[in-house]
Design a protein around this ligand. Sequence first.
Ligand code: URA
Length: 196
Amino acid sequence: MIETMRPDVLGCHQCALRSQAHQVVFGEGNAMARLVFIGEGPGMEEDRQGRPFVGAAGQLLDKMLAAIGMTRFEHVYILNVVKCRPPQNRTPLPEEVASCLPHLKRQLDILDPLIIVLLGATPTRTLLDPQVRITQARGRWVYRDNRWWMPTFHPAALLRRPEWKRSVWSDLKLVLDKYRQLIDPDHDSPYYPVHR
Ligand code: URA
């Protein structure tokens, strides 16, 4: 059970981020879900509430999930690369990512997802390829360690660049195809119905 590791993560002081954050953001969702979304790290609202993706980017993520017929507590689990908010929402430093990575790896070991959506450059570089450019990597499946990995743009990037939404919708349709192949062939969605 993923909850058994929550106390370890909440008690972590492995890097300097913890001393400036209000609280540690563990992640949330359905612990039985085999589809996981991974972001970069908590922002101001996440730091306030102790929950992932609850600010403006999170509201967009919820809408993206709704478009593929999903909700965060039923179909997915939501994680971040770093569990404490970086000051001024800066990108986490390599040493902060390295300190936090054992938590993320353990969460993935326990959840054992079949499909992982990487939201933006930070999770994609951390988990797939340190050199990667998200504009090149997005929309292409990587099959590794018995899991299917799909990089796409981060929802916060879509708030700044709405013209990227079309690409993310195409990536989400690939995710939904894979979800139907591997997890639930009958999963329905309002904008991309099951082909019968
Ligand atoms: N952005 C992230 O990457 N993660 C969150 O939890 C919120 C915003």
